[in-house]
Design a protein around this ligand. Sequence first.
Ligand SMILES: Cc1cc2nc3c(=O)[nH]c(=O)nc-3n(C[C@H](O)[C@H](O)[C@H](O)COP(=O)(O)O)c2cc1C
Length: 197
Amino acid sequence: MNFDSISQEPFLEIKYFLEEARDQDLRDWNGMTVSTVDKDQRPSSRVVLLKKFTDDGLFFYTNYKSKKGQDISKNNNVSVNFWWRELQVQIRISGSISEASRSESEEYFNSRPKGSRISAIVSKQSEEIESFESFQKKVEEAINSLDEKDIKLPDHCGMYKIKPEQIEIWKEGEFRRHERTLFKLEEKKWIKSYLSP
Ligand SMILES: Cc1cc2nc3c(=O)[nH]c(=O)nc-3n(C[C@H](O)[C@H](O)[C@H](O)COP(=O)(O)O)c2cc1C
């Protein structure tokens, strides 16, 4: 992941821990829990992988018609949580989410191995299926029938971009003396404060 374009203070902190987690080879170091809220105000969470992080926000790839996609189409407020046990750090972010540009999504999709691209084409993420075997069969059929030129980013797949509005960095301390730093975006400026653990 390239973090070159990051300049805002709380983003630099996030970048620091992401690089630390990556450099320590932590498994799924870029995993983050994204929570959405559905039309009946019920929250739900799932893990996705952070694929890109710039001053524009946090990017992940998914299916826009999935459960999360449907929630987001009704309510673009989301929450994100990172936790790295080994770093003793938790990062909590809330903000708004939108679809990234088509070219950003295509760039990512085209960088994926053929098998992953085909699974994305075949999977109707979050829809009920007859069985896991029936899905496997569809993937195999697609592998045999699709040419490289047919393996294009489907309209309903792509990257989402999360623009943070609030960021809390939680660092574990001894005897519950955890350090909590809160950054709030107010009139395009990040205001920093500290929270009791
Ligand atoms: C470590 C890990 C990484 C994952 N990465 C992604 C991802 O990048 N994109 C994605 O759509 N789903 C990813 N998933 C699957 C999601 O957790 C989830 O099952 C899927 O997106 C469907 O969620 P939904 O039904 O709430 O829309 C990942 C799961 C795990 C455990």
